[in-house]
Design a protein around this ligand. Structure first.
Ligand code: HEC
Length: 138
């Protein structure tokens, strides 16, 4: 008897694992990455770029937030300019050229306020970009 109940326990545990795995895309797939990027976007970017990413009209800013669904269209490119956009979001390499910019320098925020290292910051950028790629032309 004991053996049977142990086995059934093992089986139910096994099926629980299968079911819970089934609901999420594999951890490092593009979809999973874009989902984490969306969560980050909803936390840090919506107040200027809006929930749909198209940009809010804000009197408080001298430059209006860009429409992030038209990144490729505005540049007339067929491939998403990953490096350029990563640099714009990160902002640490651009700070000098642009002087004051309306958007926070996210690389600095992640490094100095959230204490992320360079690898983790790259990960955040990759997540945000995966999300931005998924909303192009939407
Ligand atoms: C305080 C308002 C504000 C917040 C918050 C903000 N942005 Fe921006 N963003 C702007 C403004 C304004 C621009 C237009 C360019 C500039 O900075 O002058 C812009 C431009 C951009 C661009 C360039 C688009 C292009 O086509 O060149 C990207 C990409 C971008 N933002 C991504 C993000 C992401 C990702 C977040 C969240 C992590 C974010 N922004 C949060 C205000 C903001």
């Amino acid at each position: 008897m004991k053996k049977i109940s142990f086995l059934s326990l093992l089986f139910s545990a096994f099926f629980l694992v299968i079911i819970s795995c089934d609901q999420k895309p594999p951890k490092n797939s593009r979809v999973a990455q874009a989902m984490r990027g969306k969560a980050l976007f909803m936390e840090k970017c919506v107040q200027c770029h809006g929930e749909d990413g198209k940009g809010l009209k804000l009197d408080t800013l001298a430059t209006q937030p860009a429409d992030l669904t038209e990144i490729m269209w505005n540049r007339r490119v067929k491939e998403f300019p990953i490096l350029e956009i990563a640099n714009i979001i990160d902002g640490r390499k651009m700070a000098e050229a642009h002087g004051t910019r309306a958007m926070p320098i996210w690389g600095e925020v992640f490094a100095k306020e959230e204490y992320l290292d360079e690898k983790e910051i790259k990960g955040k950028m990759a997540e945000l970009i995966a999300y931005l790629m998924s909303i192009q032309g939407s």
